[in-house]
Each structure stands twice: as C-alpha cells, then as structure tokens.
Ligand binder design. Structure first.
Ligand code: PAF
Length: 297
C-alpha cells in the first residue's frame, strides 16, 4: 500500500489537488515508499452518487492509489444551457467520497486542462462517435475522448474505470486505448440502480415526482427486450418499442440493439451477444440506459 497518499484513506477525506503537476507529484511521492504501487483513475464530472462510489470501491480493490477526477468538461457539451446547469459542488463530492477508498481528488479548473481556452488537438470517435449519443449531441464523444486522454496522460493510471450505463462511452474509450496503444487497462462496473430499477444518474435530481415515475419506462424497455431476446432481433425491437410507448412525458431519442464488437445495429439474422441502448427525454431531462442481452432465435 502506498502510505504517502493512502494515509488519508479510511474516514479521512481524500486529498484534493487542482493541478496536473500536483497529481503527478502526489503519485511520485507515494511511489517513493511503495515503488510498485498501482494507480487507478475514476474519471467523473462530480455530482457523485452511489454509482460513482461503486467505481471507486472497485478501483480500491484493483489498485493501491485511487485518484478520482472531478471535472465538468466543456468540450463534451454541445448545449451551453446543459453545461451551465450541470451540478457542481466539490465539498459535497469530497464528503460523499470519504470512507470509500479514494486517496486523491484531482479537480482542475478549466484553465488547467485547456490553458488556451480550447484543445487544438482532439481525439475523435469516428463513425460510432457520430451515432446514438453522438447524433443527438454533435461533438460529444470527441470532447469525452479528448478529456479522457488528457486525464490519463495527467495521472498515468494502470487502470481506468467506467460505468456500464455509458455503454457507448465505454466502447469508444476502449477503442481509443487500443487504437492509440495507451498503456492502461479498462475496468467496466455494472450499473447501479434504485430499488425500482431506475439507473442512478447525476441527472435524476432534475426529475420531479411525475417524471421520476415516467423515467421507469427506460428500465421497463430493457426488461421487455431481455424477455423477448430468445425470439430474435425483430421480437426484441417490437417488445422494446411497445414498452416505450404510452408514457406522455417520455420522448424516445433512440432505441437500438448493437453488436458488442462494432457498436453498430445488429443484422436481422444475427444471434449472439448484443446490447440494447436507449436514450429518452423525460420532461426536460435526457436519460440513457443499456442492458446486455443474448439474442437467440
Ligand atoms: O462519464 C462522465 O462522467 C464523463 O463523460 C467523463 C468520462 C468523466 C469525461 O468527462
């Protein structure tokens, strides 16, 4: 265990650093006494909830030093109003993290990561980056991939962790790491859900009580897809579309069944592992969800 950093673990809050130099120094200091210490990075935009804590706790199982980055990345927002209203409360986030195994919080200002106000060089998500989330939010994944590569380069982790709920993000980050030969492993952690099935999301706080009930359409669509999965893709889509209809507050943006290797919609005769992805607006709040299925026939 790397004592220099992990002294703070337990019921003490994690240490906070706001600079790239600071995070690198903290890790270098820890490695003086624990040369082989493994580092995990959990990239977040703050507004932390139990889904993030599951990532942090898994990170603490996989590594000696757990760094949680908290950075609301302007590059991945195509809607300035969405960026503006994204919740930001560093003190609350640090309180939530305390006692869950985070050693260090890296919380840079925008000027620390984008000193020129922008990134001249961007990583792009290619064709898949323009589908689904990328179609509704142009440039979103270029922003995600650019900031994730900056965070990885800043921290130098052995492993980086993401939640399954952001399935397209997970896919594209995995592609980026493979395509660019980045020396880091990816660990994907299962979606954490409320008791009624709604996936935890920082955006759930924007739902009023009617919208909160209506939002259950998303997990219901996934359940319908799963229960039709042994009857092939047409049956899955029909069941999922039927489950998506009838709730006035819900406007489905996309609903698709994709191949795990290509993240493209599966062919009509496909059987095997697949993933259902859905995004919907519930009132003014956009939510996403996903489930792995096995398509039979
Ligand atoms: O999933 C998120 O919260 C963000 O997209 C990430 C990975 C922290 C990049 O800003």
């Amino acid at each position: 265990m790397a004592e220099a950093v992990s002294d703070a673990v337990g019921l003490e809050p994690p240490r906070i650093t706001t600079s790239v130099a600071g995070v690198r120094q903290a890790i270098a200091d820890a490695r003086v006494t624990a040369p082989g210490a493994r580092v995990a990075l959990v990239p977040t935009m703050g507004a932390l909830h139990a889904g993030h804590l599951a990532l942090v706790e898994r990170a603490a199982e996989l590594a000696d030093i757990v760094v949680v980055s908290i950075f609301v990345n302007p590059l991945q927002f195509n809607d300035p109003a969405d960026l503006e209203r994204y919740p930001r409360d560093l003190d609350a986030d640090v309180r939530i993290l305390t006692g869950h195994g985070a050693d260090l919080v890296f919380a840079p200002e925008v000027t620390e990561l984008y000193p020129n106000g922008d990134a001249t060089t961007r990583v792009t998500g290619g064709r898949v980056g323009g589908l689904f989330e990328g179609r509704s939010r142009p440039g979103h994944f270029d922003g995600v991939l650019t900031v994730v590569s900056k965070l990885i380069n800043s921290v130098g982790p052995d492993v980086v962790l993401f939640g399954e709920k952001d399935a397209q993000q997970v896919y594209l980050v995995g592609r980026m790491i493979a395509d660019l030969n980045m020396p880091v492993e990816v660990e994907v952690v299962d979606t954490v859900r409320d008791d009624d099935g709604l996936a935890l999301s920082s955006r759930n706080r924007f739902l009023d009580s009617r919208e909160r009930r209506a939002a259950l359409t998303l997990p219901h669509v996934l359940e319908a897809a799963e229960s039709a999965s042994d009857r092939g893709i047409d049956a899955v889509l029909a069941a999922a579309q039927a489950a998506a209809m009838g709730e006035q507050l819900v406007e489905v943006d996309y609903l698709a069944v994709v191949h795990p290797v290509t993240f493209l919609p599966v062919d009509d005769d496909y059987t095997g592992k697949a993933r259902v992805v859905i995004a919907a607006k519930v009132g003014a709040t956009r939510l996403i969800d996903t489930a792995a299925i096995y398509l039979g026939r």
